[in-house]
Design a binder for this molecule. Structure first.
Ligand code: OGA
Ligand code: MN
Length: 299
């Protein structure tokens, strides 16, 4: 028996868990109620989750008491995991987990303190950007710390005709270092990238309008966090169009605001959404564990 068929039979034989998928009130998103990710998820349950992820773009699994190993194992069922370039913030013994945190211990940040201070799609600066990311809440502040998600399918569907014409068939450059050192949160701190890290984040070029490989819908694929310019246009025109695209993408009706609850595990689709960390007061502790699943080359 191959490794894949053994894995399949393990999931198949698992006891069926009953759970509910409840759409959220915002533009996108659904809650998953009654599923325990510390227990086996059989193939049928997994297929329902996968379908819901494609339909709702962000899934909120409530009250998950799972270990880093269990988060990694569940994430792996969606694809290959990506290891973040900021090695200093990977969880010890679990390089697939990036610590997203504003906590400082012994004068050192224990995690990436300002992940997502500009709207972005994770790892859009890579040749193979992320399919989706999972964040599992470890410690939450009593105030602030919400994460916003914007629907990029809808952003494309509603795009005014003139802007559509301006970008259809065009590509844009994405760069990790585009806004690397800009500050927004208090006590912001980012390590200087080594030559080796810089080599891993060379600029890449992706279509501005991409087709989702699984749901077949088109989506805008630019964001203020990582997109630097439209290829083939003069700098001022490129800047003007990108500014308009960014503003259009994050209109109020296009957004879901996630207010974190203890032990939430949130899994979003980076091919359908962009997201933003709203931040919290720096004296309040916030810590989440992120896994990032590799996607296809955008087309
Ligand atoms: C991320 C991210 C948002 C947040 O981890 O990719 O953008 O609210 N986080 O922490
Ligand atoms: Mn992010």
């Amino acid at each position: 028996m191959s490794a894949a068929s053994i894995a399949l039979s393990v999931h198949d034989s698992a006891q069926q868990q009953t759970f509910e998928i409840r759409p959220l009130a915002g533009a996108v998103g659904a809650e998953i109620i009654g599923l325990d990710l510390s227990l086996p998820v059989n193939d049928e349950a997994f297929a329902r989750i996968h379908r819901a992820h494609l339909d709702h773009h962000v899934l909120v699994f409530r009250n998950q008491h799972i270990t880093p190993e269990q988060q990694v194992a569940f994430s792996r069922r969606f694809g290959v995991l990506q290891v973040h370039v900021l090695k200093q913030f990977l969880l010890a013994g679990h390089p697939e987990i990036l610590i997203v945190s504003n906590i400082v211990e012994n004068g050192q940040n224990i995690g990436l303190g300002d992940a997502g201070k500009f709207w972005h799609s994770d790892l859009s600066y890579k040749e193979l950007p992320s399919l989706g990311s999972m964040l599992h809440a470890q410690e939450l502040p009593r105030e602030g710390g919400d994460t916003l998600f914007a629907d990029m399918h809808k952003a494309w569907d509603d795009l005014p005709e003139a802007l559509r014409k301006a970008v259809e068939g065009r590509s844009a450059a994405h760069s990790y270092t585009a806004r690397y050192s800009e500050t927004k949160f208090e006590s912001n701190w980012r390590p200087t990238l080594t030559a080796e890290q810089l080599a891993q984040v060379q600029e890449v070029i992706h279509p501005i309008v991409r087709t989702h490989p699984e749901n077949g819908r088109k989506a805008l694929f630019v964001s203020e966090g990582f997109t630097t310019r439209i290829i083939g246009l003069p700098e001022d025109e490129s800047r003007q169009i990108l500014t308009e695209l960014y503003a259009h993408s994050v209109l109020e009706h296009n957004i879901y605001r996630h207010q974190w609850q203890p032990r939430d595990l949130v899994f979003w689709d980076n091919r359908s959404l962009i997201h933003l960390a709203t931040g919290c007061p720096s004296h309040l502790r916030r810590k989440l564990y992120r896994t990032t699943i590799q996607g296809d080359a955008p087309f």
